[in-house]
Design a protein around this ligand. Structure first.
Ligand code: BEZ
Length: 250
């Protein structure tokens, strides 16, 4: 989940629990078995790491944010967490499966991430992941372009690959694609300031270098652009779109 920017773990846990609530279905897809060694890449504050552990696996949570991992360790004191870059990590012992929810769109070096994941797996090990796919948050991306102009692209911290872009990347690293699905997941936030909270939580890269007032002004502009399409009857709807992949190391 962490990518070098300073994550506000408290804000994340307080207002964005849908991130791991939606990930619960992916834990079912992982179908971990008792005693398996599982790596959770981009574990954030550790909710799904703990969920996988509760099903009997030995799980290691990996994240590059010290703030997120600090909170994860506080939440789950007995659980193993390591600080590492998702685009460049190595483990001495192989894993039976690598799991990742709502994190890999933050790793712009997708090649490095997939290489690290493939190297971490034993032969026939599984890779199960879900993250932002092609067209994710299209309305917010469009508003960011309207407000930040050419700088929007330079400041963008995300990648949203299509199946056609991501499957060959997996195959290049000997990960045989068993499932790849791109689907809409409209995500509702039931607070008048829900969009502002979302922007403050996740769009810090766009506001770097701006004063408090400058940031507030940009947020106001973004919210004004987004409101007509995205806010109805007291609910904001984020136009999330997920890429879900399941692959096996060959
Ligand atoms: C997502 O889960 O799709 C997402 C979350 C934060 C920022 C951008 C995308």
């Amino acid at each position: 989940m962490g990518t070098g920017c300073a994550w506000d773990a408290e804000r994340y846990e307080g207002k964005h629990s849908y991130v791991w609530q939606f990930g619960a279905g992916l834990v079912d897809v992982l179908a971990s078995r008792e005693g398996e060694r599982i790596l959770d890449v981009g574990c954030g504050t550790g909710q799904l790491t703990a969920e996988i552990a509760a099903r009997g696996a030995q799980v290691v949570g990996l994240d590059s944010s010290t703030n997120m991992l600090g909170q994860a360790r506080q939440n789950y004191p007995g659980q193993k967490f390591v600080l590492a870059d998702a685009a460049n990590f190595r483990f001495p012992e192989p894993f039976d499966a690598v799991f990742s929810n709502a994190a890999l769109h933050w790793v712009k070096n997708a090649e490095g991430a997939v290489e690290s994941i493939a190297l971490a797996l034993r032969p026939a090990g599984r890779f199960v992941a879900e993250f932002g796919g092609k067209g994710n948050i299209a309305s917010i991306m469009s508003a960011l372009r309207a407000v930040f102009g050419a700088e929007a692209e330079q400041r963008c911290p995300w990648i949203y690959p299509s199946i056609g872009e991501y499957a060959p990347l997996l195959e290049r690293h000997r990960l045989e694609v068993r499932e790849a699905r791109l689907f809409d997941r409209p995500t509702q936030v039931e607070e008048e300031d829900g969009m502002e909270n979302w922007l403050r939580m996740f769009c810090g890269r766009y506001f770097e270098g701006l004063s408090v007032e400058g940031t507030q002004e940009k947020i106001r502009e973004l919210v004004d652009i987004l409101r007509p399409d995205r806010y109805r009857d007291g609910v904001w709807t984020l136009d999330y779109r997920r890429l879900r992949v399941a692959a096996v190391k060959v």
